[in-house]
Design a binder for this molecule. Sequence first.
Ligand code: MSP
Length: 501
Amino acid sequence: MGDKIFYITTPIYYANAPLHIGHAYSTVAADVAKRWQALRGREVFMLTGMDEHGEKIYRSALKDGVEPQDWVDRYADDARKLWSFMNIAYDGFVRTTDSAHKKTVEEVFRKLRAKGDIYDAEYEGPYCVSCETFFTDQQVKDAGDSCPDCGKKITEIKKESALFFRLSAYGDKLLDFYKANPDFLQPSGMANKTMDTVRRGLKDLCVTRERVTWGIPVPGDPSKTIYVWFDALLNYLSAAGFPADPELFSKLWPADCHIVGKEIYYFHTVIWPAMIMALELPLPQKVYGHGWWTLRDDKISKSTGNIVTPYEVCGKLHPDILRFFFLREMPFGTDGAFSLERIEARYISDLANPLGNLFKRTEVMIEKYFAGKTPAEGSFDAAILQKQKETLESFSRSMDELRFHGALNALWELVDAANRFIEDKKPWVMYKEKSPALNDVLLTLEGCLEFVTGLLSPFMPVKCAEMAAHIDWEIQMPEPGAVRKGRSIPGGGILFPAVEK
Ligand code: MSP
């Protein structure tokens, strides 16, 4: 792979409402995947950003009596604050109103038009402003005369002169691509629907709007603006330096993974790859569609009116706990119910009890039996070494495939094994009996603290830094069986205190 940087992206979020835990979920997932690759020693780049054009945003700004640019500036600021609150270490923050992004979109538009992949025609038909999606009359009829995706009222676009992207020409090429690259559509459960849709035949896509002014004007035809999804999808290229910075682009592209919610999977697995094919660029390695957090069976969303923000959730809990909960509670790709009670239950069952206790007990024993230093002699327990090796293998495989849930399950098996090891070995008896094997037990336990802290650090970067400080260790990729003899273990306060009621 040489210089290829691991490049992972989140969706770019609409700048028209406060971001909630749904948006935080995708962003945390990308951040964790990126931090994991960095821990393995790869150079990494995580991109997030804001989708700032289109009718929906224009209408929201107008309703509030604010200039659209001021409106989107405000949401971009809010997003940056939220990501910093959530300890997201993004490397790029793209905004579709950035001039560099606009240049990319114009250039792509010109190129595809010159090639004949974008052509002149007329458009009329149903449009959902909330999803910024064109539909056919039949789709809308089947959905009871409302939006087939969000259920909202449909707008009728009256006949207007428009430009179309020749999506229909890419159906067979897409099917061939999916077949040759079985890892592209992830998780596999979402692949079939996409393939069926493509097999049924694709229609050309209208990529301009005539009566929408808040967007990038069509080059050479300022009476039209470029369709917001066509504009937005290109963020993944513009932020990677296409076409302005070929050197950067060659290091970043193709993207390793686009993380998206399942409601925008079609855009990313059909329209987006077809656009890239039209540009004759290599395709991304994978698009991963994840499920939704729900409240009383409804998707958490602004339109349902049931949003919960990370700030509300983290009143009493560290943001790292929410990060952990997101990826521990439900497999990446399925839906799950969100509630404070569930977060607190996870906190107690996984963090405060097994992990917090493992730290506390080990620190206390090292303090009491060895005056606060790891034993100067001894060796690592063979059974725990074997367990660590197995854990590392299964954890790494799961993380590489974005199966965060599987990775954490594997890690918690090790936490449980380390706690059982204390029960089985009874170090307090060994101490009384002056058994030399006590050295091995405590060296092994301290090794387990390092091991867990290292692997957990992509999920909980701040809490893991605290854990690392307890054992005076620098976070790095842990090695099974590593021992640190005769080292001070400073310990510290309670890592996962009881939640105040
Ligand atoms: N702007 C488009 C994306 C363009 S990408 C080129 C968009 N924005 S959005 O603000 O509506 O954000 C949608 C994304 O937020 C989803 O794809 C998903 O990643 C996340 N989520 C929003 N609500 C969610 C849940 N209730 N649960 C989980 N994730 C959800 O669509």
